[in-house]
Design a protein around this ligand. Structure first.
Ligand SMILES: [Zn+2]
Length: 161
């Protein structure tokens, strides 16, 4: 999996039949700015929106992170996932997800523990981009109001076996 910056990838990996690119790109850039602002608040600059594109794959998702050791904030948009083959398929709907998570602290590292999540489905590219913007705003709001140490305290999986 290669992380490709928004400006260097192809928006049609996420929105295959997109004709009017600029309005969608404009909203996505606003979303990226919100996540960047959160990353700046946390003291570790992020990479903005990046494509998670597999070489040769027709579709990809787009995500932005703001991450420090204590907690990670993530927004993701992608075409729907085929429930049987675990690959992305032709949208609509687009799936938008927001996730606030902490690193697993168990002896056997399972990855990340989700603390708060949101998700929504969208019928058009512009609506999906608006969904990303809404989630980016939610992440910013949560990340700038909750103390950084509070996320781990709410981790019900902490030190699980
Ligand atoms: Zn774990």
């Amino acid at each position: 999996m290669e992380a490709i910056p928004l400006a260097e990838g192809d928006l049609r990996w996420v929105f295959p039949e997109l004709i009017d690119v600029d309005p969608v790109l404009d909203v996505l850039r606003q979303a990226a700015v919100r996540v960047e602002r959160l990353a700046g608040h946390l003291g570790r600059p992020g990479a903005g929106l990046v494509f998670d594109h597999l070489p040769g794959a027709p579709y990809a998702g787009l995500s932005a992170f703001a991450e420090i050791e204590e907690v990670a904030f993530r927004v993701h948009v992608s075409p729907p996932r085929d429930p049987h083959r675990h690959v992305l398929t032709l949208p609509p709907p687009w799936q938008v997800e927001g996730e606030i998570s902490v690193r697993c602290d168990a002896i056997r590292d399972c990855g990340r523990h989700e603390i708060e999540t949101v998700e929504s489905a969208h019928g058009t590219p512009l609506d999906a981009a608006d969904g990303v913007l809404t989630v980016a705003g939610w992440l910013y709001q949560r990340g700038t109001t909750e103390p950084q140490a509070s996320w781990r305290k709410r981790d019900v999986l902490s030190r699980h076996r």
